[in-house]
Design a protein around this ligand. Structure first.
Ligand code: ADP
Length: 593
């Protein structure tokens, strides 16, 4: 049901009360006036009767009815009063408004009867003689203690009622004016009461819609003004508290979202209460989509469900490991701890997920590296041991064989030393780049390239390979010359190693947009596409036998990659089998400090 506005509840009540008060007061005064007028008329008629009595008593006593009647008529006309003289028998002996002979016996009239009994008789009734409502007052005419007749004075009731009617009309008009005035005043008062309340209502609606910065206008009565002030204070406090809560919340969210560890809070019913960005990324979901959903709906991983259930059912912190099988396999170290509310009751569990995939990969790389190094070292060592044993077993006696075997031993020793040399330089670069020990200076690139080419000239000549150098003289870059030279030597060395005799190798450097590109291109055997991603790995070789044959260690490109990384650059390769390869070193032009 629609509720009425306060104004429409107050205003009609005010008007009704005013009207009722006016009507009842008018009615009371009309009654009082009527009574007063009636009493006044009665005492007036009685006074006239008493005056007449003194004047007429002798004529009545002498029974001079004719003179009596004519005096009654004269006095009646002059005083506008009907005068009636009645004998003890009830006969009318004098009358102002009629002929006594035509009038009936008045002995049965109540006022006459009272007067005959010696009392003043009063009566209000319809006069058959005059055809009007009249007030009658009759007094006994006493002479020497004896009642000799009755004098009755009267006049029409209409006279009183006329006066009364005039009064009522006057009151009604005044009442109408007062009612109109009070209606306007009540409208203003009602409006004054309801208007500040309306303002309060609008203000509260504003608060409800979240605008707590809004302030109510303090007006109206003391109570309403106090209420408005109290509400303003309440809104200010609420605003402040909400601001503090929001600030704390955003701080918590910022902490959670900046954490590398995934954080997942789950309630007793396995619904996700909170999930940070790291956890959402691990599970490949959006944090907002996961909120409030069952953990098993969001993450399709049995190990995680089992871990969450286990953590929920126990009181102790839990530790474990789960594997996520997304498009790449991820290893997550998990810690679960009970989540407690303010009263210390269990409210769920919080799971912290630590991505150990990288560590695992590093561990695997390390163990693979150790296995590779052992294997790489074992091959020449086994070979050396075998030939030494053969020599000791008597081959020394045959100088031709001995020379050949010693030659092989020397070659294997060179191989061992090359591997150890490469391993040492690799570890040195790694260590130095880790501690940022490598100094980069603005140097001319051509000088480095020339030194590298000179370094490889002998090897190139042996295979009739021509090395072409193409570099602007003024090109400079922030580099560590010995390291960059080593990287370029490795690339030219490979280009010579994997090219057939008579081919050519091209070394060039140029400025390309925001970088300096140094290219080593050859017309060699090229590399199949499937190997391109892996040739920079340690000990990775496309053709192991050929590499060994050429004296390769499988570490050359790995060293190049690390050297260029210390220059904040990177290496790329383009290659086509049987056509050739292009290795490009990309160096930044302005190295960030
Ligand atoms: P290696 O000592 O065996 O040359 P690298 O790390 O220098 O080791 O190179 C890794 C592998 O990449 C090589 O074994 C070879 O198969 C391939 N490779 C490198 N450079 C070239 C090239 N210029 N042309 C063809 N293959 C190459």
């Amino acid at each position: 049901m629609p509720r009425k506005r306060l104004l429409w509840q107050l205003y009609p009540s005010y008007v009704l009360i005013t009207l009722l008060s006016l009507i009842s007061i008018s009615w009371y005064f009309a009654q009082a006036l009527h009574d007063y007028h009636y009493r006044q008329s009665v005492s007036n008629l009685e006074a006239r009767a008493r005056l007449l009595k003194a004047y007429l008593i002798n004529l009545i006593d002498q029974e001079d009815n004719h003179a009596l009647n004519s005096i009654c008529q004269t006095l009646g006309r002059e005083t506008a009063t009907r005068i009636t003289i009645v004998a003890l028998s009830g006969l009318v002996i004098g009358e102002s408004d009629n002929e006594p002979d035509h009038m009936e016996n008045h002995a049965n009239r109540p006022e006459i009867q009272s007067a005959m009994n010696g009392q003043t008789g009063i009566s209000t009734r319809y006069s058959v003689t005059l055809g009007l409502d009249m007030i009658y007052v009759a007094i006994p005419i006493m002479k020497e203690g004896k009642n000799i007749g009755v004098i009755r004075t009267s006049f029409p009731l209409a006279t009183i009622e006329q006066t009364l009617r005039r009064f009522i009309v006057g009151i009604a008009m005044a009442g109408f004016v007062i009612a109109l005035f009070s209606a306007i005043v009540s409208l203003i008062i009602s409006h004054r009461i309801s208007h500040p309340l309306e303002q309060l209502k609008r203000g509260v609606e504003c608060y409800a819609s979240g605008h707590l910065e809004h302030r109510l206008f303090v007006s109206g009565t003391a109570e309403i003004a106090a209420l408005a002030e109290a509400m303003n204070q309440m809104a200010a406090q609420l605003d402040e508290r909400i601001r503090v809560i929001q600030q704390q919340r955003s701080e918590h969210e910022a902490i959670l979202s900046s954490m590398i560890e995934g954080v997942l809070a789950v309630d007793q019913n396995e619904n996700i209460i909170s999930i940070n960005q790291a956890a959402a990324t691990m599970f490949e979901v959006h944090p907002a989509d996961a909120q409030g959903k069952k953990i098993r709906e969001v993450v399709k991983n049995a190990e995680l469900h089992e871990f969450a259930l286990h953590a929920l059912s126990g009181d102790q912190p839990l530790e474990g490991e789960i594997v996520l099988h997304n498009h790449v396999e991820r290893f997550l170290q998990t810690h679960g701890a009970a989540l407690r509310d303010a009263q210390g009751n269990s409210a769920g569990v919080v799971i912290v997920l630590n991505d150990t995939t990288h560590l695992r990969r590093l561990e695997k790389l390390r163990s693979d590296f150790v296995a590779n190094v052992s294997h790489e070292l074992k091959t020449p060592v086994t070979s050396i041991k075998g030939f030494v044993e053969t020599l000791l077993d008597g081959a020394l006696d045959n100088p031709h064989d001995a020379k050949r075997f010693l030659g092989i031993i020397a070659k294997q020793t060179d191989r061992l030393s090359a591997i150890i040399e490469d391993l040492l330089s690799l570890s040195r670069i790694e260590q130095d780049s880790g501690k940022i020990k490598i100094h980069l200076d603005e140097e001319h690139v051509i000088q480095v390239l020339q030194l590298a080419v000179e370094n490889c000239v002998e090897k190139a000549k042996a295979k009739q390979i021509q090395i072409k150098l193409d570099c602007p003289d003024d090109l400079t870059a922030k580099i560590n010359s010995p390291l960059l030279e080593q990287a370029i030597v490795n690339l030219i060395d490979n280009a010579i190693k994997y090219s057939d005799a008579g081919k050519s190798v091209h070394v060039s450097a140029s400025v390309e947009s925001e970088e300096i590109a140094i290219r080593v291109s050859d017309e060699g055997c090229g590399i199949e596409e499937e190997h391109l991603d892996r040739i920079f790995e340690r000990f990775y070789r496309v053709d192991k036998a050929r590499s060994r044959e050429m004296g390769g260690t499988g570490l050359g490109l790995s060293i190049v990659k690390h050297i260029i990384r210390t220059h904040q650059g990177f290496v790329t390769v383009e290659s086509a089998p049987k056509i050739g390869s292009v290795f490009t070193i990309h160096l930044p032009r302005a190295v960030p400090v």
